[in-house]
Design a protein around this ligand. Structure first.
Ligand code: FAD
Length: 322
């Protein structure tokens, strides 16, 4: 049965995050030929980004521009999106499983007295039902879930559901909605440190991750060079972060970021269970470690036993010659 499905878009530093397009693709599966409506909150002119959502498969987009939405607060975004939900009465809502998605969607689900399927890695239509697949037990198993009654509300893990090809011949209305936002209890006074420069770790297609084996801050330099030639970004184990070799914003794992790039190269990382929880669903895993017994080799598709300071420069040269 065709449905109206809302997609809560997300922008970072003036551009839409790729997971917004992936959410639109998922919403098109859920809508089953119905209407996919984008919602975008922020401050200033959101028209162009709204149009991008249309080019990626949203039938129309509602933008809410308000100075109170310049930076994310759960009060501000919660009120804005809730008012759109009240107006539109969608049968489904999809959002990226990002830091903002993880904060906003449970708040909305509780207000709507709805269930929520979080962190889905696959969405398929199976004989009239929408089935979501999501990892459990820190990625060691997957469960399939469907909502049989009420609102279909789900978040999707970045980098898992392919976005639809951008098509600028698609047309759809982008309309601005006025929303009253009151009683914001959180004030963002200052952003002291940006989470990362360049490619967002959770959306990166290639990640070169360093562990305690890199031995120092300078030890990350060859990894940065390899990331550069492969068009990727650098991540880290908690061991490397705890040792002060890099910023905690790079931490991957149970208490860090969960990533699913196409290629994950683990350099000098032992493969503790808490690290695997954040990266074991990567599509291709390469491990470089001088200990042949290191646990990381148990999840690796390709393993190189050797000193990362010998292996990584050789890889850089090989890639440059390709
Ligand atoms: P180590 O375990 O010390 O491994 C270093 C590896 O480098 C070794 O295998 C060694 O053989 C190899 N090596 C050394 N020199 C070289 C060289 N020159 N070339 C090649 N290989 C070399 N960890 C996370 O990563 N993410 C998390 O989110 C996380 N959350 C946690 C939550 C909790 C509640 C707890 C208790 C722990 C958590 N940890 C997490 C920590 C985790 O248990 C490990 O301590 C950590 O992952 C180890 O980091 P590491 O692999 O870099 O270091």
């Amino acid at each position: 049965m065709s449905k109206k499905v809302l997609v809560i878009g997300e922008a970072k530093e003036g551009s839409l995050r790729n997971v917004t397009f992936e959410a639109i693709a998922a919403a098109n599966i859920v809508s089953d030929g119905g209407e996919v409506v984008g919602v975008l909150c922020g401050d200033g002119d959101l028209d162009e980004m709204g149009q991008e959502m249309v080019y990626h498969g949203a039938a129309r987009v509602i933008t809410i521009s308000n100075p109170e939405l310049k930076t994310y607060t759960s009060d501000g975004y919660g009120q804005a999106v809730y008012q759109v939900i009240e107006d539109e009465s969608p049968e489904g809502i999809i959002m990226g499983h990002t830091a903002i998605g993880k904060d906003l969607t449970p708040k909305l689900a509780s207000k709507l007295e709805s269930g929520l399927i979080s962190d889905s890695t696959e969405v398929v239509a199976e004989s009239g039902n929408i089935v979501f697949t999501r990892p459990i037990y820190s990625g060691k198993a997957f469960e399939k879930k469907e909502i049989t009654d009420g609102l279909i509300f789900a978040t999707i893990r970045p980098n898992n559901i392919p976005a639809m090809e951008r098509n600028d011949s698609l047309s759809g209305e982008v309309t601005e909605k006025d929303v009253e936002i009151t009683n914001i209890r959180t004030v963002i006074k200052d952003i002291l440190r940006k989470s990362s420069d360049g490619i967002d770790l959770s959306e990166a297609k290639v990640i070169i991750a360093g562990g305690r084996g890199v031995k120092s801050e300078e030890g990350f330099e060859p990894l940065e060079k390899l990331a550069e030639v492969l068009g990727g970004t650098v991540g880290a184990s908690r061991g490397a972060c705890d040792a002060g070799y890099c910023d905690y914003s790079l931490q991957i794992g149970q208490t860090g970021k969960v990533v699913t790039p196409d290629l994950y190269i683990a350099c000098g990382i032992s493969g503790a269970i808490q690290h695997l929880a954040g990266m074991s669903n990567s599509k291709v895993i390469v491990a470089i470690n001088k200990d042949p017994e290191a646990n990381i080799f148990n999840v690796a598709d390709y393993g190189i036993v050797g000193d990362l300071f010998d292996v990584v420069p050789k890889l850089i040269e090989e890639v440059k010659e390709m």
